[in-house]
Write a protein that binds this ligand. Structure first.
Ligand code: SF4
Length: 335
């Protein structure tokens, strides 16, 4: 185990400051995520280089739709999570503590180079739990011309996000669950405003940001819930940040039926009317809202199917080929 970087000593315990749960952890105990342990007055991470899954995956599957289109990233995870959402699609990794395969940051970079991918991506479970690992991997990857990305619930502390940015985190996809009511009831008492703060901070730190809102049937798919997300997206992320409404399917401890597609379509259309330039619909393969349409003239620019790019019609300087509008998109097309 490796000593954790972000914690404070209290009188008879330690306070972990990696995420906004700020767990107070007594001797021999673990924090909420199960992966930070107090041993003899020092905090250790049990996730460092303990890799539960690793494989190259398309960047669109994260989803990132405005970042190095059609590229691939070596995608890896560990175990545990600082939230415990009852519909978690990756609960077999996020809600367990397993023995991962030992892969050092240098070995991960080697896997990426051998797979000839364009970047790295910490994903599947909450990547903040690989904080110390990513602080070592990201500069190595950047030196070799690779980008670095996170698919996160956005619940890390401000200090953690700043350190990740300094280490070379280029892009972050943040899953916004909804209002405080949703977080309190279904995500073990977390706070929505922390996530909005980090979305805003990530932008200020110069990262590329995309936001996902998984619409869960009967939980956060009402008009009021969608209005909350859209209004705050415009306030904290900005109109040019892509907003993905994704379809829920029953998983883990949740058995409500999948989100009706009409509700996802209504969410996308509402977001567009309110001023979000790039709302998308996810987990519905072949849907027209998987595509990118120019915000100025409405022409089809990027056609996708099941997170694969089929057609790409932008100029080299990322302008619409029809009207010349500048499209907010980072990195070159890799298809
Ligand atoms: S990472 Fe978050 S959940 Fe885990 S011990 Fe630290 S404060 Fe608690």
């Amino acid at each position: 185990m490796k000593e954790a970087l972000l914690y404070e000593r209290l009188d008879s315990a330690l306070r972990c400051t990696l995420c906004e749960r700020r767990c107070i952890i007594g001797e021999g105990k673990r924090g909420f995520c199960g992966m930070r342990i107090n041993q003899e007055g020092r905090l250790y991470t049990a996730s460092y280089a303990s890799i539960s899954a690793v494989e190259p995956r398309p960047i669109e599957i994260k989803p990132f739709y405005h970042f190095y289109p059609a590229s691939e990233a070596i995608t890896f995870s560990t175990w545990g999570c600082n939230l415990a959402c009852r519909w978690c699609q990756n609960w077999h990794l996020s809600q367990r503590r397993g023995e991962g395969r030992r892969i050092t940051p240098a070995e991960m970079l080697q896997l990426a180079l051998e797979a000839r991918v364009q970047g790295t991506c910490a994903s599947f479970n909450e990547p903040t739990l690989l904080f110390e690992y990513c602080l070592e991997l990201f500069p190595l990857a950047r030196e070799r011309g690779l980008y670095n990305t996170f698919v996160s619930n956005g619940y890390m502390s401000e200090a953690a996000l700043r350190r990740l940015a300094d280490a070379g985190l280029d892009a972050i996809n943040i899953d916004m669950k909804g209002s405080d009511k949703v977080y309190r009831r279904y995500c073990s008492g977390a706070r929505a405003m922390v996530v909005w703060r980090n979305i805003s901070l990530a932008r200020k730190l110069g990262m590329h940001v995309e936001v996902v809102n998984l619409l869960v049937t009967g939980v956060n798919d009402s008009e009021e819930d969608v209005r909350y997300v859209v209004e705050n997206h415009l306030r904290y992320a900005g109109e040019d940040v892509p907003l993905h409404f994704t379809r829920y399917h029953p998983a883990y401890r949740f058995s409500a039926p999948p989100t009706p597609v009409e509700r996802l379509e209504a969410a996308c259309e509402f977001a567009k009317r309110e001023g979000v330039l790039y709302p998308y619909l996810g987990n519905v393969p072949g849907h027209r809202y998987e595509n990118t349409y120019c915000h100025a003239c409405g022409k089809l620019l990027i056609r996708r199917h099941s997170y694969r790019v089929l057609d790409y019609k932008l100029s080299r300087d990322k302008r619409c080929l029809h009207c010349g509008a500048e499209i907010p998109l980072v990195g070159e097309y890799c298809g």
